[in-house]
Design a protein around this ligand. Structure first.
Ligand SMILES: [Fe+2]
Ligand SMILES: [Fe+2]
Length: 206
């Protein structure tokens, strides 16, 4: 899919998503696309790629667990015990990337990576990965809980810190509710903390 000004990719993807998602999720998708575009402008990622990834990121979010698992196996994605235990958080993001590729011909590796990592995060996330990850957590439809105020405030000046704060909140919720922590999210958080520490050390040395 070419992201030129004269293409109607926003409309065609928007229509496709509206037909398949609940109204609430569709509004979330629009909120993520707009927020991702703003963050991309702020942090130097490609705004069109960010908006495209935002529009497509939850393409598989409302699939039931049997469909998530069956499609993941059919399309060759990794399905381990954590994916079987919690198919939605583990699989809807990489499956969304597959839908983007198969349904809309998206081949841009940056866009596909951002979609695939928007839930769990990953080590070595690109700026576009982080932009979509953060947009998913802070778009206006998420409300105005206390922790969101902190993450949104950080999102204005420090992309890594904002992503880490968002993960902190997710981890707190998962631990309190007795749910598993996916190792990819743990790796993402560790990596973000290392990035923060490295920047602090460098700032002291300068
Ligand atoms: Fe999602
Ligand atoms: Fe989402």
């Amino acid at each position: 899919m070419a992201l030129t000004a004269d293409t109607d990719w926003r409309l065609s993807i928007g229509d496709w998503m509206r037909e398949r998602l609940s109204p609430h999720r569709y509004q979330h998708v629009l909120g993520v696309a707009a927020t991702a575009r703003e963050l991309a402008v702020r942090y130097g990622a490609d705004p069109d790629k960010a908006e495209l990834a935002g529009l497509l990121h939850d393409a598989a979010r409302e699939w039931r667990p049997p469909q998530l698992l069956a499609s993941a196996r059919e399309w060759g994605l990794h399905v381990g015990y954590l994916e079987e235990l919690a198919p939605m958080p583990s699989l809807h993001a990489p499956l969304g990337a597959e839908v983007a590729r198969r349904e809309f011909g998206v081949e841009d590796p940056e866009v596909l990576s951002a979609i695939a990592h928007h839930t769990l995060g990953a080590e070595d996330m690109t700026v576009l990965d982080k932009v979509l990850f953060l947009a998913d957590g802070i778009e206006p439809g998420r409300g105005d809980a206390d922790h969101l105020r902190d993450v949104r405030q950080a999102s204005r000046t420090d992309l890594d810190r904002a992503c880490r704060l968002s993960l902190d909140h997710t981890f707190t919720y998962l631990l309190r509710s007795g749910q598993v922590l996916h190792p990819r999210s743990v790796q993402a958080r560790n990596w973000l903390i290392c990035q923060e520490k490295a920047r602090t050390t460098q700032a002291k040395d300068d």
